[in-house]
Design a protein around this ligand. Structure first.
Ligand SMILES: N[C@@H](CCC[C@H](N)C(=O)O)C(=O)O
Length: 339
């Protein structure tokens, strides 16, 4: 059985003021060696663009693109977030190598001495016939295969870079394969997240498969406690837990995430480390989730994590095939369908 998860949720793009104030803040960072010009970006006049736009096909405006605003020697970036999962976006369309090293990404993501973000995302030229390539560094400098909220931010950033109006979509090469985000008329971004991978060795996890090739509600000892875990890859690895010995339904607000999260992330049964979702079942269509992300720690939301949560919930019999996953600030609605 094939399962496909689709997420479509509101996403916030940067305002003129956000971008300008980030640029002003950054030069004060004592560890920064990447100067940012103290000037306010000028955005294309949207009313002029709108006068010639079609809602069917994206149109490009000849007016100022992001690249035109670049000055040599400065790193230009935009800051986006999806439900509070925040990223620094870098226009890298002119090179196949990321403009910023993993080490520099760690500095940029620092919430006190850098810009502050859960990761840095690069818009690179497409490969294998795709329009673009997305690469991402987590805030610890590691490189994940895929990021659900990140690819939605990526889509909005590309629309801004290319000055695309109306509904449109493009093809993106990612470490998890081809992804096709769709920017909708209302500005939301919908992403078909593809089929989840359940085969234990492909997630990857060393836990023995107990349901066909998959690991479903298996016992895992973490910090001396037996947790029941289901392992899912959405291109990146996820370990989803709904219960532990002595507590059949987790109360996620009571978890000490910063203590327990790293113990899952670095557990020996996860050779590529793992993202972990702690989930409380509120109803068959309402799951409350807190996430500890591989390479980024506790984040406010996680797109691949929301999808993995619903896949695991269906496998464990906690939920229907569509529902909402409530995270710290917002909800993601996830729909699983057969392909
Ligand atoms: N927040 C992301 C996932 C980002 C990658 C993750 N930290 C990993 O290392 O796999 C999302 O929205 O999916």
């Amino acid at each position: 059985m094939a399962i496909t998860a689709t997420i479509s949720v509101p996403l916030t793009s940067p305002t003129r003021r956000t971008l300008a104030s980030l640029n002003n803040l950054f030069p004060h960072s004592p560890r920064s060696t990447l100067p940012i010009p103290r000037r306010t970006f000028k955005y294309p006049n949207s009313r002029l663009v709108a006068s010639s736009m079609s809602t069917d096909a994206p149109v490009k405006s000849p007016s100022a693109s992001f690249l035109n605003r670049l000055q040599t020697g400065f790193l230009h970036f935009a800051k986006y977030h999806g439900l509070g999962n925040d990223f620094i976006l870098i226009d890298n369309r002119d090179s196949t190598e990321p403009r910023v090293t993993a080490e520099k990404a760690v500095q940029l993501c620092d919430r006190n001495f850098g810009v502050g973000a859960d990761g840095v995302i690069f818009v690179l030229p497409g490969i294998n016939g795709t329009d673009y390539t997305m690469r991402i560094f987590n805030s610890d400098g590691s490189e994940p295969e895929m990021c659900g909220n990140g690819v939605r931010c990526f889509a909005k950033f590309v629309s801004q870079l290319e000055n695309l109006q109306g509904s449109h979509s493009f093809t993106v090469h990612t470490g998890a394969g081809l992804i096709i985000p769709e920017v909708l008329d209302d500005g939301n971004v919908r992403v078909d997240m593809g089929e989840p991978v359940l085969k234990a060795s492909d997630v990857p996890t060393k836990l023995p498969a107990n349901k066909d090739d998959a690991v479903v509600k298996s016992e895992l000892v973490v910090d001396g406690v037996i947790w029941h875990v289901t392992c899912v890859s959405m291109g990146n690895p996820h370990c989803v837990t709904f219960s532990r010995e002595g507590s059949q339904n987790l109360l996620v607000d009571e978890l000490k995430l910063a203590e327990i999260g790293p113990k899952f992330e670095h557990h020996e049964v996860f050779p590529a480390r793992t993202n972990t979702e702690f989930v409380q079942v509120l109803s068959k269509s309402h799951l409350k989730m807190r996430v500890w992300e591989r390479g980024a720690g506790a984040t406010l939301a996680c797109g691949t994590g929301a999808c993995a949560t619903v896949v695991a919930a269906v496998l464990e019999g906690h939920a229907e095939r569509s529902g909402i996953v409530q995270m710290l600030l917002c909800c993601i609605s996830v729909l699983l369908f057969e392909s």
